[in-house]
Design a protein around this ligand. Structure first.
Ligand SMILES: [Zn+2]
Length: 459
């Protein structure tokens, strides 16, 4: 009898263990099912964000260190939980911004990016990992934010913000953060924020410098009040042209998160009508007062001429992407392809290959037989460089039979600067140097790497 009781008890224990394991498996499956994020490729209406009436015990534990701050407190935390923020661009600024907003307990995060994760993003876009390469950035960022804080509602948008969708999207959010890296998107986001009455926390980072301003907030100016006319497209440099140290957008993205949290929690931002500049070299922040809101502003002024979204690419004369643009400065007969250049090399035709990239890029990679004179040195007619060039041309002339003009082929990274250099050399030909025949190699070294030599590094 006693033996039977013992055996039944043991059996029961086994069964309970099995039930517990099954329950655990079921709850994990349910969790992963409900947490699968749906990638939005168009703008859809969202359900209104529900306001929390009180903090749960888990909330109190999670946010305890910031709840202790009199500047935030329980009411500030509740305010965060009912605020939605749209992050335009999930790159170097958007990643740290989204990370801190999720960690702080923002209610809803819209994460917008049209691009996919690439290896060259990872040094600064710290929400994405090696395993996310090729994945939509919006989805990768949303998954990372969700891992950090599953109570935040994350909505990934894999789409390009445009005049057709920006208003509908921005109207659904309380605060907008511009983390894009191109001028047309800046104007588009600004106008959409003014037209829908939303504060815009805007930042940028390039090389070793960063900037931040809050626009259209508490009676302050909008982006157009300060920059009524877009800059000439050829004067604009982005990160893929000019480079950036990853931690610089990291700092600026964190700074954006700070201002968003201050606005959302009810403390308010002090960066309206202020331009905060960060100099990473000197480790210094400076702040300058900007001019106030302009009565004559085209979008937020008294008699606005912009009352709906316009075509921002044609307004700015450049594309609304963060990729490098392609210039077309030369006629066809002044340009050769990388395949043409390969056959010139194969036939050992005497010529000079001139690499016009800055030295820092030549040190990354170069073709072994090229002469390096940076475009800036040609434009400034730097004596030692011009002399070097003259010497190489006269050597080349001696190698060539007859008196045809020595051919010079100009190369750079992508084929933009090389065209500018051809124009400079054309002017010099026959006066400052012997008469030369000068052509540009289309697409530059990156085309060489893609089409001719796959072992050549891409950067
Ligand atoms: Zn304005």
């Amino acid at each position: 009898m006693a033996q039977e009781v013992c055996s039944l008890k043991a059996q029961l224990k086994e069964q309970e263990k099995e039930i517990a394991a099954l329950k655990k498996k079921l709850s994990q499956l349910e969790k992963s099912h409900t947490s699968a994020l749906e990638l939005h490729d168009k703008v859809r209406p969202l359900t209104p964000l529900k306001a929390k009436l009180a903090l749960s015990n888990e909330d109190i534990m999670r946010y305890s260190r910031q709840l202790l701050l009199p500047e935030l407190g329980v009411q500030g935390q509740l305010n965060l939980s009912k605020t939605s923020v749209l992050v335009v661009g999930c790159g170097g600024l958007g990643c740290p911004l989204a990370q801190y907003l999720a960690a702080a307990g923002i209610g809803r995060l819209g994460l917008l990016d049209y691009d996919e994760v690439e290896l060259s993003n990872l040094h600064r876009q710290v929400l994405h990992g090696e395993e996310n390469q090729g994945q939509a950035k919006a989805l990768s960022a949303a998954n990372a934010a969700r891992r950090l804080n599953s109570t935040v509602e994350c909505i990934p948008y894999h789409l390009q913000l445009s005049s057709e969708n920006a208003l509908q999207l921005i109207q659904q959010y309380d605060i907008v953060a511009d983390c894009s890296d191109n001028v047309p998107t800046r104007y588009l986001v600004n106008d959409a924020c003014v037209l829908s009455g939303k504060p815009l926390v805007s930042a940028s980072a390039l090389r070793m410098e960063g900037q931040l301003t809050v626009y259209n907030y508490s009676g302050g100016p909008c982006y157009r009040c300060l920059y009524p006319v877009p800059p000439p497209p050829e004067t604009v440099t982005n990160c893929s042209d000019g480079g950036v140290l990853g931690v610089v957008p990291g700092i600026m993205g964190c700074f954006q998160a700070l201002e968003v949290i201050k606005i959302a929690s009810g403390q308010g931002s002090s960066c309206s009508q202020q331009l905060v500049m960060f100099d990473a070299q000197d480790a210094r922040f400076r702040s300058i007062k900007l001019r106030p809101k302009q009565a004559g502003c085209a979008v937020c002024g008294e008699n606005p001429s912009v009352t709906k979204l316009v075509d921002y690419e044609s307004f700015c004369g450049s594309a609304a992407t963060d990729k490098c643009r392609k210039l077309n400065l030369l006629p066809r007969d002044q340009r050769i392809t990388v395949q043409d250049y390969q056959s010139i090399m194969d036939k050992a035709v005497p010529h000079l290959l001139l690499d016009v990239r800055p030295l820092v890029e030549v040190e990354i990679c170069h073709l072994p037989f090229s002469l390096n004179i940076p475009l800036s040195s040609l434009e400034e007619r730097k004596t030692e460089h011009i002399q070097l060039f003259q010497e190489r041309i006269s050597q080349l002339k001696q190698q060539m039979a007859g008196d045809c003009r020595p051919p010079v082929y100009v190369i750079c990274k992508l084929g933009n600067d090389s065209q500018k250099a051809v124009q400079v050399l054309e002017k010099m030909s026959g006066s400052e140097v012997d008469s030369i025949m000068v052509k540009d190699i289309c697409g530059g070294l990156m085309a060489w790497a893609q089409k001719i030599d796959p072992t050549f590094p891409q950067y």
